[in-house]
Design a protein around this ligand. Structure first.
Ligand code: ADE
Length: 244
């Protein structure tokens, strides 16, 4: 395979042995700016997120914000004007890191996880996956960030009505929810196809079971054991629950 400018050319050999480029696949580039790359790296290198990368469907790049810190102490934070508790991320290191990421991926969408953002939904994950645009996710830390950095940001998302200590977990939530929707990432396409018809407030799931048929007296519903697809579909529809 020849990887060039984020585009993956799949090289194949014809029956007479000639090497040719048979098509192009877009590899989504996801750059994450963080003070704690060591927290994010193991998650990206596990299970489906790792497989997606291994198959060339996505390329991750962790950018350590500390490297853009100011002075010999690599300072990235400072006290808020007007007073108040805690420290805020300074604009200079964050914007320098975004500019570096943009130089590698000029058209990337810049995303800022923040409790002040719009609620992140499944429909946002679908839009980001469908657009196949590269992403740059900036993870704030400490008590917040200098508001001026939002001039370099395209979207601000909140992942739920609670406050976390930083943007690393929200960044992983977003990466996971987008990457699993990229074509070729999940083995079975069926669940992604079902999801594609669901809207955010109509997100349904039915209970599922695997072996053994009887676990400590708790039995798998008879209808699921019989292999009658129509009956199984009917049972699943009846037992689908709307998420709140
Ligand atoms: N940073 C801290 N809490 C957050 C949340 N709920 N969503 C997104 N970013 C955050």
């Amino acid at each position: 395979m020849l990887a060039r400018l984020g585009v993956l050319y799949v090289a194949k050999r014809s029956p007479n042995g000639v090497l040719f480029v048979c098509g192009t696949l877009l590899a989504m580039k996801i750059q994450i700016i963080t003070l704690f790359p060591e927290v994010i790296e193991p998650y990206l290198n596990t299970s489906m997120l790792w497989k997606a990368q291994d198959r060339g469907l996505v390329a991750y790049d962790l950018i350590n914000l500390r490297e853009f810190g100011l002075g010999s102490r690599r300072q990235v934070d400072d006290t808020p004007y007007g007073g108040g508790d805690g420290m805020l991320l300074k604009p200079e290191p964050v914007v320098a890191a975004i500019e570096l990421a943009k130089s590698k991926s000029p058209k990337a969408r810049v995303i800022l996880p923040t409790p002040r953002g719009r609620l992140y939904k499944q429909s946002d994950a679908k839009k980001l996956a469908a657009s196949a645009e590269d992403l740059i996710i900036v993870c704030p830390h400490y008590e917040g960030y200098d508001e001026r950095i939002t001039n370099w940001v395209d979207e601000q998302y909140c992942i739920g009505n609670y406050v976390l200590t930083g943007g690393e977990l929200p960044a992983m939530v977003m990466v996971d929810s987008v990457v699993r929707l990229l074509p070729g990432v999940l083995g079975g396409k069926a669940s992604v196809e079902i999801e594609s018809f669901q809207s955010d407030d109509q997100f349904v799931e039915f209970p599922q079971y695997t072996r053994p048929e009887d676990f400590r007296g708790l039995k798998v519903p008879e209808v699921l054991l019989k292999g009658h697809h129509g009956e199984v579909d009917k049972w699943r529809e009846i037992h689908s629950q709307k998420s709140a």
